[in-house]
Write a protein that binds this ligand. Structure first.
Ligand code: 1GP
Length: 238
């Protein structure tokens, strides 16, 4: 019993904010993991997400095995494709790209994942994934061939998130895309978080500690940091 989702719910209840560090398997070598894990252990991170829109080298198993030697945070697969699913992780964000209208990312790839998931011990966490324009074309947009929702269209993002909740998604993830020029606006985070009851994840383009705090204050339950930590593993400590 892994209880990852129950722990996220309990944290939300207690107003304890959560932070995930996103590891891109394409940019991380097994030899770097010991040092990286040490930096993660010194950071306020509560979760590790692993995956990405484009993962060319499928070495996720060995990366996770190595991370687990040094770091005991829950590891969740953040998949761009079923080939990234690894049973070495603790759970998976089972993402449905609700902002897009590409059936592959709404249901088809999910069907293709059933056999591997049924034979795994991963905790499967149904997640409504909403891509919002971050000012530049991001990998999610390119790979999924879907358009993000305009960053001023709070109503549509809110309704998409709420529809996701009504469909039974256990988490809603507002994503500006990795390396986005602009993170999801404070107003959007605030409005969506006030009007949904499931935990809210926010990621993409968040580059400093002040922003993380602002996004938490606006109502995000979990913030995801990828590029900023990738570029500077002392991001949290200096
Ligand atoms: C991407 O939300 C994550 O899916 C993280 O984005 O790399 O911009 O931090 P960054």
């Amino acid at each position: 019993m892994k209880n990852i989702y129950q722990n996220i719910l309990a944290a939300k209840q207690a107003n304890k904010k959560l932070l995930a560090i996103l590891i891109d398997p394409d940019k991380t070598k097994v030899g770097e993991i010991e040092n990286l894990s040490q930096k993660i252990n010194e950071s306020p991170a509560t979760h590790i997400f692993i995956g990405g829109s484009i993962v060319e080298q499928i070495c996720i198993d060995s990366l996770i095995i190595e991370i687990k030697k040094y770091c005991h945070l829950p590891i969740l697969i953040f998949p761009g494709h079923p080939s990234q699913i690894s049973n070495e992780a603790d759970g998976i964000l089972f993402l449905s790209l609700l902002s897009g209208r590409n059936p592959d990312y709404l249901i088809e790839l999910h069907i293709n994942s059933v056999d591997i998931l049924t034979n795994s011990t991963l905790e499967i966490i149904s997640t409504g994934y909403i891509l919002i324009d971050g000012g530049n074309e991001t990998a999610v947009q390119r790979v999924s061939q879907t358009l993000p929702i305009e960053n001023t269209n709070i109503e549509l993002v809110y309704k998409t998130a709420k529809a996701g909740e009504y469909l039974g998604k256990k988490l809603i993830y507002l994503e500006a895309g990795s390396g986005a020029n602009h993170h999801v606006s404070i107003e959007m985070v605030s409005f969506v978080s006030k009007n949904i009851s499931v935990p809210l994840i926010v990621g993409g383009g968040i580059r400093n500690l002040t922003k993380i705090e602002e996004i938490f204050k606006a109502g995000a339950d979990l913030v995801v940091i990828g590029t900023a930590f990738e570029n500077d593993s002392n991001f949290f400590t200096t």
